[in-house]
Ligand binder design. Structure first.
Ligand code: PHE
Ligand code: CO
Length: 296
């Protein structure tokens, strides 16, 4: 596989026209994907769809179906972009990998979602440390079809630009919100708890762990609590936060966070595995007992 970095000049952003450099946006080198690459996509796609039946939120499954993603080959960003444009106005852009925070926020604020162009190797189907095409495309992109979630992602991008200007602590608070919603969020449907977070939907192990293991806590969405809660990126989560709907998420995050950041700056962070008095705790797995509190 080899990328064909392309220099895109004068991209429109909320700051006007700015130049974007070759390291920023990469045209998806679709013709260069190998048979192994397509097979990895097919394997993961089929496996996750099976795992997610009855586990992912109905909104996620509906959105993924509506996009026309299929297991048979890695989708072309250009094809998905036509569908997304009509649904919510989002655009996928190819990238090499994680972006500097401010670039990432700026893309989201302008309804551009960065997608890693390369897919993991066949020996990495169960676990990979950094986001690849499967995580980004299968995990993140479907919910961009959902109008409310699409708005949330844009608002998050604008909030990120703002938090970046306030300082590192504000940025940390906001990053935790992304982590516990966009990446690892659960949602309560009429018929039970479901997954919507991308980090979960793209992982077989965490799909099962998040819903069926007795170990993690499942706590009702609480903005300030989330912003104070630490997390680990290299193990399954110890706590998941549960929303009732994407509207609830939108409403709870609409207020100006500036005074919240100021207030949180005077409070301690919370270890990832802690249950506090007064937490609204949702269904636990079939096992007994609570996860031990707090060493993250
Ligand atoms: N209301 C937030 C702010 O003032 C912006 C935001 C919206 C952040 C949605 C995250 C998610 O910073
Ligand atoms: Co992600």
């Amino acid at each position: 596989m080899s990328a064909t970095p392309r220099r895109v000049e004068n991209l429109h952003t909320d700051k006007g026209k700015v130049p974007v450099y070759a390291t920023g946006i990469v045209e998806q080198p679709w013709d260069d994907y190998s048979a192994d690459d397509h097979a990895t996509w097919a394997t993961l796609y089929a496996r996750q769809r099976e795992v997610l039946a009855g586990r992912a939120s109905d909104e996620f499954i509906q959105a993924q179906d509506a996009m026309g993603m299929t297991p048979d080959r890695i989708p072309r960003f250009a094809d998905l972009n036509e569908v997304l444009r009509d649904a919510t106005g989002w655009t996928l852009i190819g990238v090499e990998g994680l972006l500097p925070e401010l670039d990432f926020f700026d893309h989201l604020a302008n309804r551009r979602f960065p997608v890693t162009w390369w897919i993991r190797r066949p020996d990495q189907v169960d676990y990979i440390e950094e986001p690849d095409l499967f995580h980004d495309l299968f995990g993140h992109v479907p919910l961009l079809m959902n109008p409310v979630f699409a708005d949330y992602m844009e608002a998050y991008g604008r909030g990120g630009v703002k938090a970046h200007g306030i300082g590192p602590e504000a940025l940390q608070n906001l990053t935790r919100l992304y982590w516990y919603t966009v990446e690892f969020g659960l949602i309560r449907q009429k018929d039970g708890l479901r997954i919507y977070g991308s980090g979960i939907v793209s992982s077989k192990g965490e799909s099962l762990h998040s819903l069926e293991s007795a170990a993690p806590n499942r706590i009702g969405f609480d903005l300030e609590r989330i912003m104070r809660t630490r997390y680990r990126i290299d193990t399954y989560q110890k706590t998941y936060f549960v929303i009732d709907s994407f509207e609830q998420l939108m409403d709870a995050t609409r207020p100006d966070f500036t005074p919240i950041y100021a207030r949180l700056a005077r409070q301690d962070s919370i270890p990832a595995g802690t249950v506090l008095d007064g937490d609204k705790v949702y269904q636990r797995g079939s096992g007994e007992g609570w996860a031990s509190d707090g060493d993250v």
